[in-house]
Design a protein around this ligand. Sequence first.
Ligand SMILES: [Zn+2]
Length: 135
Amino acid sequence: MHEYVIAVGIVESLREFSFRSGRVVKSFRVVVGELSMLNLEQLSEALKRLIEASEVSGAQFSIEVEPARVRCGTCGYEMAFSEAVSGLSEEERETIHFLPDLIASYAECRRCGSLDLRVVEGRGVSVRDVIYVEH
Ligand SMILES: [Zn+2]
């Protein structure tokens, strides 16, 4: 369900872009954050169906996962999400996966020990590298 809503948003944006610019979208890349909780197969299926039925039919796309990254607000150290949570229990990891904002309550900076951690990448969904041709 969530996947479908995301797919609608993506296809709408591409249609809007195509309509306003008079360009034909040939391909694009969908980058999905590691923590976005999306089912990639469902997202792909929804995109295929929606694209076929729209003005951007024929557009090709690929979907890839962007690893989540965590930044320390105290020393600026950046680490992979997996590194930040590596010392935690399975249960704690799962909690953070669902509620990334709580990372500071569980994990600490690998370099300085600060609890001021923030997830800076790997949560959202974005469309990148839209390739198009003029009409
Ligand atoms: Zn730090």
